[in-house]
Design a protein around this ligand. Sequence first.
Ligand SMILES: C[S@@+](CC[C@H](N)C(=O)[O-])C[C@H]1O[C@@H](n2cnc3c(N)ncnc32)[C@H](O)[C@@H]1O
Length: 275
Amino acid sequence: MRLDELIRKTERRLRAARLHYGHGTDNPRDEAAFLVLRGQGLPFDADLAQAANPARVEPLIRKRIRERIPAAYLLSEAWLSGERFYVDRRVIIPRSHIAELLAQGLAPWRPRVVRRILDLCTGSGCLAILAARAFPQALVDAADLSAAALAVAKRNVLQHGLQRRVRVVRSDLFSKLHGERYDLILTNPPYVKSSAMRRLPAEYRHEPGLALAAGKQGLDVIARILAEAPRHLARNALLVCEVGDGRKAVERAFPRLPLVWPADEVFVIGRRFAT
Ligand SMILES: C[S@@+](CC[C@H](N)C(=O)[O-])C[C@H]1O[C@@H](n2cnc3c(N)ncnc32)[C@H](O)[C@@H]1O
């Protein structure tokens, strides 16, 4: 069987299984290609006319269908902005909208000088690493409460050769970052409200609850970040925060804050909100 035939066959099986997507792909065709190609260690631009090895990917396809395990966990890798990150169940699978903003250099909000960056709630370290690439002169702190997540972040920092510029810090939000100030704070914090947590598709239940759950309104962590961030933003600094589908809740809870929304899922706010 050829690769393209195996991808088509796999796509049909995934479609019939009525899976949920959103962990790197958003449809059965792309998910099938991901499983079939990467499951055989092939690049995404492999020649699809070549012979496939169905036996090698069959266990992955079965697990994807029967146990609803996201493909990224089955393959131990996730792709964001064209970069590969190691992932396992200690971290959520990278998919942050902040990656797109970083790819555009944060224009038009880019602070003039970016020497120090904080990626708060770093998980796999993906945003810290993308930020280090977007700002090659900057030093980056990658902070998370979960020691398990930080072990994955460390592995990714090493994999990307950034250990000189990206420091991994275990911290409950800013608690271990006393006195530190940053030109840029990025954060993709937990923001799923309790009612939505109860309805999550099976795929999300394989991800760490600590990475998702954020109380009744989904604002528990965001509210703490907004309260504490001003003390950690340098002059002319910028806070970039992902909120998922919580935009309305955020705007209702913080009507006075001059939030700007580059995308519905992300707000940016300048240092001046502290005054
Ligand atoms: C939505 S995930 C984001 C991970 C990564 N930045 C990304 O975009 O893929 C949220 C992360 O916040 C961490 N977290 C949850 N509560 C925290 C807290 N109080 N302080 C620091 N990190 C926290 C979780 O461990 C998880 O890794």
